[in-house]
Design a protein around this ligand. Sequence first.
Ligand SMILES: *[C@@H]1O[C@H](CO)[C@@H](O)[C@H](O)[C@H]1NC(C)=O
Ligand SMILES: *[C@@H]1O[C@H](CO)[C@@H](O)[C@H](O)[C@H]1NC(C)=O
Ligand SMILES: *[C@@H]1O[C@H](CO)[C@@H](O)[C@H](O)[C@H]1NC(C)=O
Ligand SMILES: *[C@@H]1O[C@H](CO)[C@@H](O)[C@H](O)[C@H]1NC(C)=O
Ligand SMILES: *[C@@H]1O[C@H](CO)[C@@H](O)[C@H](O)[C@H]1NC(C)=O
Length: 480
Amino acid sequence: MPINCLLICLCITYMQIENEYQLVEGGFHEKGPPYVIWAASMAVGLRTGVPWMMCKQDDAPDPVYHGGTNLGRSTSSYVTTSYYDEAPLDEYGLKRHPKWDHLRDLHAAVKQSSQPLLWGKHTKISLGLFQQAYIFQANSGSCAAFLVNNDTTSKVTVQFRNVAYDLPQKSISILPDCKNVVFNSATKRLLDQLTITKDTTDYLWYTVSYDYTSSDDQQLLLQVNSQAHVIHAFVNDAFIGTEHGSHDSPGVVLEKPISLLNGKNNISLLSVMVGSPDAAYLEHRIFGLQRVRIQGKMDVQDLNNQLWGYQVGLQGEQLEIYTEKGAQSVEWRTFDKFAQKPMVWYKTTFDAPPGRDAVALNLQSMGKGEIWINGESIGRYWVSFLTLQNQSSQTLRPKVQLYCHQGKRISVIDFASYGSPTGDCPNYSVGSCHSNSSKTVVEEVCLGKRRCSISVSVSRFGGDPCPGTSKSLLVAASCS
Ligand SMILES: *[C@@H]1O[C@H](CO)[C@@H](O)[C@H](O)[C@H]1NC(C)=O
Ligand SMILES: *[C@@H]1O[C@H](CO)[C@@H](O)[C@H](O)[C@H]1NC(C)=O
Ligand SMILES: *[C@@H]1O[C@H](CO)[C@@H](O)[C@H](O)[C@H]1NC(C)=O
Ligand SMILES: *[C@@H]1O[C@H](CO)[C@@H](O)[C@H](O)[C@H]1NC(C)=O
Ligand SMILES: *[C@@H]1O[C@H](CO)[C@@H](O)[C@H](O)[C@H]1NC(C)=O
């Protein structure tokens, strides 16, 4: 008989010793510290497989972390439920884990280095007064290196195997292949885009205030690395530039010259995602900005360690200005004033074309964005995105298609005009723009056939009858 096995996975990220003992520890004199040690080893001895926190005990014995938060009605007098210390979950259940992220990345870097670490030969070389490289080289050829800067006050650039590496003060960089830095103990990570936006929008603003003191008239370069998919950069409200990746190389690197004011500068980076990849383990993927640096003539400032602000979505999305009601909450202006702006909301009204045929919107003059009609999103567009053949990724090739009922054929072309024809069926007339080859072209393609199709393009009608004006093709035909 088959046995059905149900496996229930309870995902506990950490456990907490909720004793807040440090507040009363002094009252127990020399008996206090041994109790803390006992509580920690008792907890660790339970071998739960997840990290332990000790609440309000900033000398929590290793490997127990100091941290924690309180939920429910378990707090002391005048203390509401609140997040404090560096607990990996806040009281809203949202992840907030600088320590956890740091350890995850550290463990991943060590694991990547495990082959040479466990089986390699260990050597140490000096890279400077306070800098060393610890190298692990295995017979298989695999190599891992740990570059240490033991200087507590200054960052340095060291040369290791003919490559320059920046080492922040008091930090260790891990190179699992002796070439690429995958982890630095002093570098913080920017928050992941999907974790913050919960995929409710494509847009996430990353903002930072950067204190700059100019030494001389330096040539500065803003360098941004991102794992998705478009970056728009602004410095002190001025647009600096845009960069994007592609389906096959999703990462983005933006490098633009910038000038900064002496003192505080606002740097705002808008990271735009265009969907998530078709891939397994999406929850392990990281999106959004990875690294932000300012490169001067002399040095590189890493902005990851600054205090960053995050803003989910665009203001227009929050106001739902694509709905009739939301559109009233902002001031709309005439079009050309904004022609030079990198990002603009456009709004227009139009009459639905007569008839019941499918209608297509030609967005050829647009760049990248999302479009709403009567408040309904009809999707994203990115017509300015070029394929490998340098063709627009979305191209509308309009056609006129005619057909007769079973047993009949197109016998007469009653009217045909490529240009600006007007009127309602059957009373069409030629407008101010008209190609006089219209009728001949349609007759050549369609007469005597049950169905025919004519592409609507300048070349099909032997030249442009009115350059700079938008044109259409109107045909009336009879079947018999
Ligand atoms: C770094 O400096 C500290 C304090 O001087 C010393 O104890 C430690 O051994 C040094 N570490 C390395 C890797 O040199
Ligand atoms: C930076 O932003 C703050 C807050 O919006 C503003 O008060 C300040 O004037 C801005 N600084 C610059 C240089 O634009
Ligand atoms: C596409 O355009 C870019 C930039 O203009 C050019 O470098 C590249 O060679 C072009 N590719 C093809 C296939 O024409
Ligand atoms: C077409 O024009 C004729 C003559 O002016 C008029 O009698 C007829 O109602 C028009 N048909 C339509 C559908 O507008
Ligand atoms: C179209 O009409 C113009 C003006 O009557 C004439 O000069 C031209 O040759 C015509 N072209 C064709 C293709 O018939």
